[in-house]
Design a protein around this ligand. Structure first.
Ligand SMILES: Nc1nc2c(ncn2[C@@H]2O[C@H](COP(=O)(O)OP(=O)(O)OP(=O)(O)O)[C@@H](O)[C@H]2O)c(=O)[nH]1
Ligand SMILES: [Mg+2]
Length: 273
């Protein structure tokens, strides 16, 4: 399938040498011309070298290697910046471990490129979606995380923690991704929250979420606590802002202290929207 626009896939990797070839091969089988940027944090297993050799076979595949493990959120911020600079029309988030099936990619991109969504989330929790084989504690964690995000932030999204998604370039420009502070699951939630705050159109499409193919998980206690902490702070802020009738003009908490920047961005994005 060929899109008239130019979708750009960003895949963050840390020790995914066993998965990345198959992931790229399967994406290219679906969408031969698509741009793929792997943001690798100097994986000790040589993931970046694997991508470099794939780049000799496939067009529009490249890798940016960073000095150390800097986190998922910052990898996406970097990758999105590169894609936007190059004139991408939509930006895809996808894991390398084959949990996100490349075969689902065309329908997610279509929702943005052709059906006018600002954000299309590949969702485990809409009709037709599933996560077979997920361990019970991971499923509970995911369900509880989504419930908590929905209750604290008032977002109307079934799978706000899903990292398989597509944004329109337009909405990413409005949100100024560089000011998004979260790094783990909270990154996905923060991005979805911001798209909704800016009145972006969010849709969900069913995906089958597979267990990671090979290698070790990078899920950590820190990632979970970051998500709970940030959702709580944003949720309280949002409630106070609603109660005081000041929803467009409050300071969105931001980990590195640049809260006022976020406030200005969400404010102006709302006005434009
Ligand atoms: N560049 C970069 N990529 C990362 C980092 N942490 C995780 N990733 C990648 O982000 C994607 C998601 O991480 P996963 O370890 O699969 O996290 P998960 O899906 O919650 O957990 P499992 O699937 O159970 O392993 C994978 O492609 C990882 O290689 C990081 O610090 N830097
Ligand atoms: Mg995974």
């Amino acid at each position: 399938m060929i899109y008239t626009g130019r979708p750009f896939v960003v895949i963050p990797t840390y020790n995914e040498a066993g998965n990345i070839s198959e992931a790229i091969r399967r994406i290219k089988r679906q969408l031969p011309e698509i741009d793929i940027l792997v943001v690798d944090d100097s994986s000790p297993d040589g993931t970046a070298d694997v991508v470099r050799s794939l780049a000799e076979i496939y067009p529009n595949v490249e890798v940016i290697q960073r000095a150390g493990k800097l986190g998922l959120g910052s990898a996406y911020r970097l990758g999105f910046g590169v894609g936007l600079e190059r004139g991408a029309t939509s930006l895809v988030e996808m894991d390398a471990d084959l949990s996100h099936e490349p075969e689902s990619l065309p329908q997610l991109i279509r929702a943005v490129e052709e059906e006018g969504a600002d954000l299309c989330i590949g969702s485990r929790y809409v009709r037709g979606g599933a996560s077979p084989g997920l361990k019970t504690y991971r499923l509970l964690l995911s369900r509880a995380g989504n419930l908590y995000a929905a209750l604290s932030l008032g977002i109307d999204i079934k799978d706000a923690t899903s990292g398989f998604r597509v944004y329109s370039a337009e909405v990413l420009r409005k949100l100024d991704v560089d000011t998004v502070s979260a790094d783990g699951y909270a990154f996905q939630i923060e991005m979805a929250f911001r798209v909704q705050a800016a009145h972006g159109r969010v849709v969900e499409r069913p995906i089958i979420f597979r267990n990671r193919h090979l290698g070790a998980s990078k899920m950590s206690f820190r990632v979970v606590t970051e998500a709970i902490f940030l959702c709580t702070v944003w949720g309280i802020q949002d409630r106070v802002a609603r109660l005081t009738g000041n929803r467009d003009n409050y300071t969105h908490y931001h980990k590195d202290g640049s809260a006022s920047v976020v406030k200005a961005i969400v404010h102006s994005a709302r006005r434009q929207g």
